[in-house]
Design a protein around this ligand. Sequence first.
Ligand SMILES: Nc1nc2c(c(=O)[nH]1)N[C@H]1C(S)=C(S)[C@@H](COP(=O)(O)O)O[C@H]1N2
Ligand SMILES: [Mo]
Length: 377
Amino acid sequence: MIRRRDLLYGLLLAGCSSSDDEREDAPLPPLAGCPSAGGTYRGLVPFVDEDDIPLDVATGDGLDGRLFTDLSTLQESALVTPNERFYIRTRYPDKLDPTRPWIIRIGQSASIPLADITARVRSMGVTLLECSGNAGSAHFGLLSAAEWTGVPLLELLEPHLGQETRVLVSGFDEHSQPSTRSVPGASWVFTVDQLRAAGAFLATGMNGAPLPPDHGAPVRLVMPGWYGCTCIKWVDTIEFVRDDLPATPHMREFASRTEQIGTPERAADYLPATIDLTAMPIRVERWTVAGKDQLRIIGVVWGGDRPDSDLVINVGATAPTRIVSCTPRTSARTWGLWSHAFAAPAPGRYRVTLRSADASVRTRRLDRSFYARTFLV
Ligand SMILES: Nc1nc2c(c(=O)[nH]1)N[C@H]1C(S)=C(S)[C@@H](COP(=O)(O)O)O[C@H]1N2
Ligand SMILES: [Mo]
C-alpha cells in the first residue's frame, strides 16, 4: 500500500513516476540457470486474499512478538536472510537477565557453561527455519535461512549419555506480558538418533554475528529439516528422559501444526516434526515480450530430504507444467528458487499450486494446497 501511495504522490507532485523502492521500476536480476525471454519489465502483480501487514519489521512483545520476512525480494545472490529481516516467533523474554553467566543444566547433576560451547563453535552451514504456524494471511513470512555457527549437540552431550535414548531440550520463557495466543515454556523431546540424523546443533552465532537476542541469545537449538517449534531458543536445560514421559505443553500446542495424528499423550509417540518437500510462488513479474504480455512466476522450494526436487505447477485451470530445477539447492537444509513463464489466457483470478514431479515424495502440506497463492490478471 505504501509503495502504491508513494507512487501516486510522485505522479501528483512531480508529474512523473517516482518511488524510493526500485522494485517498482526495475526487475530483480533474472535467475542465472533459468531461461529468460528478455522483454520490458512492467512491475509486480500482487497476491490477493492476503492481509496488509508490515513485513521485515518486528512487532509486539514476548510470545506474541513477530517479524514476518518479505520473501518477494528473494534473489539468487542473496539466499541468506540478513539477521534484521530473519523471521521472529517470540521475542526476547524480558525476564531474562543478560548479565547473568549462562549455564546449561544437563540432567540432574551436570552442567555446561557457555564458555565450553563458545570455545568449540564453527560454521554449521546454511539452514532454513520455518514456523509450523506459517500462514498465507501473513504472506508465509515465517520462513528464513541463515548461516549458523555452533556445535553439534551430541558432541556436547556424549560425555553425559547414559542408558536413556530420549533428550528433552528446554528454553527460558518467562515474559512479563501474558500471551493471548501461545503457551509459555518451549521444550521438545528428541531421540538421540533423531538428533544425530538431523545434525542438531546449539547455535551461538548467525550470519557472522553473535546470535541476536530475539533469536535465542546466547544459545539456541537448530534442528535442520525440522519445524521451528523444535528449535528451542534461550536453551537452559537438557535432560535425559524415559520413554513414557508425557508430551510437553509446547509439543501438544504444536501437535497439529507438525502433522501429528491427534495430540499424542506420550512424547515418544510424536512423529519427527520434519518439513516435507514444499514450494510456493513468492512474486509474479509482468513483462512485455515481443508485444505480448508475459508473467514470470518466481518461487521458492524447500524441505524434504533431497535437494534435487522437480516440481509441477498448476496456474488456474491451465494445464499443469513441469518446472525444470534451474536453480538447484545446494542442500536439502536450505531453499532454492524457480521460475515459470506464463501467458494468462484471459483476465481473471489465477490460483497457483505446486506438487512434486516425483509422486513417491511425501508432500503432506502441498497435498492440502496449504501454500496456494492467488493473483489477479
Ligand atoms: N524459548 C523459546 N524457544 C522457541 C520459541 C518460544 O516461544 N520460546 N518458539 C519456537 C518457534 S514456534 C519457532 S518457529 C522458532 C522461531 O525462531 P526465530 O524467532 O529465531 O525465527 O523458535 C522456537 N523456539
Ligand atoms: Mo513456530
